[in-house]
Write a protein that binds this ligand. Sequence first.
Ligand code: NAD
Ligand code: 6OD
Length: 490
Amino acid sequence: MKQYRNYINGEWRESARRFDDHNPVDGSVVAQVHEADRQAVDDAIRAGHAAITGDWGRTSPTERAALLNRIADEIDRRQADFLEAEMADTGKPFSMASTIDIPRGAANFRAFADLIKTTPLECFQTDLPNGAKALNYTVRKPLGVVGIISPWNLPLLLFTWKVAPALACGNAVVAKPSEETPGTATLLAEVMETVGLPPGVFNLVHGFGPNSAGEFITSHPDIDAITFTGESRTGTAIMHAAAEGVKPISFELGGKNAAIIFADCDFDRMLDGMMRAIFLNAGQVCLCSERVYVERPIYEKFCEALTQRVRDLRLGWPNDNDTQMGPLISAEHREKVLSYFQLAREEGARFLAGGGVPEFGDDRDNGYWVEPTVIADLSDNARCLTEEVFGPICHVAPFDTEAEVIARANNTRYGLAATTWTSNLDRAHRVSAAMNVGLSWVNSWFLRDLRTPFGGAGLSGIGREGGTHSLNFYSELTNVCIQLDPEPKT
Ligand code: NAD
Ligand code: 6OD
C-alpha cells in the first residue's frame, strides 16, 4: 500500500497514526496517510524558524525566483505522476486535471518567480513646506513561518497558490493539504527535495482540522501568519485561533455565486460557458454558479437547452476521454449534497434534471456520485438559494429588469464571484461593477490572470491574494525614511 508521509526539516517522517485515502470514483483505498501529531507540527515550525535565521533568510529574490522556476520545471517533468495522484484522490476527469489542476500548479510557481523579481519597491521623495526633504522606500521582508491550510477541490492548484508566493517572499511554510487529497502535496514535497530547497523551508504535515494537524498549526504560538482556503465556518474557527497572537490571516472561503443572463447574449457561447460554470469539477469549485438568473424572454429556451445538455453530460472514469463529470469527493460530502436535494423538494422546487444518484452497474456504484441537477421555482430566500451546496446543482429563475436582477444577485451574505452574459457593452460594465463580489466575469467564467486580486467579500473571505496582493500579504514591509540635507554643510 502506498504511504503518504510527512516532510519535516528535509526528512520524511512516519507516524503511528494513519488513515486511509479513498478514491471517490469507487471508494477504493489509494494510500495510507501518516497523521502528524502535535510534536511533528512543533518540529516543523521550529525547523521553519531555523531555516529563516539560517541561509534561507539571506537568499535574494533572484535566487528564490530561480528555485521557484526549478520547482515548476520539476512539476512539469513529473506531470504524469501528479496527474495520477490528483485523479486518484479526486476522481476528476483527465480533461480537467491535465488542463487546469496540474498546469496551474507549475504556473503558480512561475508567476511568483516573475513577480518577486520584477515588482518594484515603493519610493517617495518628500518635500515638506518647511523645507525638509526626505527619501522614503520600502523594504520587503518575510513574515516568518506561514501556516498554510488548503481544501480538496483543486488540491495542487490551491496548495501551490499559497506555497509559491510564501516562498517567493522568503518565508518558511508549514503546509497541510486536505485529509481527502494528500497525494499531490506529497509529490510536491518530493519535488522540493529534488530541487534542493534547504531543509525546514517547506514542511508538509498531514491530518485533519480540529484536534489534529490543522488546529495544531493555527493555534501554535510560533506561527507568524495563517493563510486558509476552505469553508466559511472553518474560517470562523481559525480566526478564533489566530486572534490569540494577533496573527495576520488571509481567507478564501465559500460562495453562493450568481450568473446573470440577458436576452441579448450570444446564446450558444453562454450555454457552453454556463455548463462549465455550473458543473466543472462536479460543481465543487468555490466560483461555481449555483444561482442562475435569466431574462424572461429567453428563460424557457434556456431551461430547455440547459436540461438537454445536462441529460447529455457524460459521467465516467477519470481516464476516459469522453468523461465530463466525476464524483463528489467523499461519502460525507455526498450525504451533504443529497440532503440539499431533499431540502429542495421540501422547499417546493421543481426538478428539471437530476436529483438522484446514478447507477452504473459496476464498481462506481461504491463511489460517491450524484446526478447533475437543475431546479427551479424556489423563492430567493429558500435555504437552497442562500446556503452553499458545493455540488453539481443550480437553481434557475427568471428576471425582468436590470435593477431587479442586480438586487437579487447581491442578496446574499457571500460575495465571491459573479458572471454576466450580455452583448450590450454599457450593460456589461454597469452590471459587472455593481456585483458585490471579489470576482466579476463578463461573457466568461474562471478566466484567470494570476497578477489580479483574487478573494471575496462577506462570508467569502478576508483579503485578496494574487499578484502584488500576495506579495504584500506574505511580506512585512518596512518603510525607510532618510532625511536629506537641503544644503551641503560648509
Ligand atoms: P474545510 O473548511 O472543511 O477544510 C479545509 C481545510 O481546513 C482542510 O485542510 C481541513 O483539514 C482544515 N480544517 C478543518 N477544520 C479546521 C480547523 N478547525 N482548524 C484548522 N484547520 C481546519 O473545506 P473543504 O470542505 O476542504 O473545502 C470546501 C470549501 O472550500 C467550500 O466551502 C468552498 O467554497 C471553499 N473553497 C473556497 C475557495 C476560495 O478561493 N474562496 C477555493 C476553494 C474552496
Ligand atoms: O484560480 C485561483 O487562483 C483560485 N484560487 C481558484 C479558486 C477556486 C475555488 O475553488
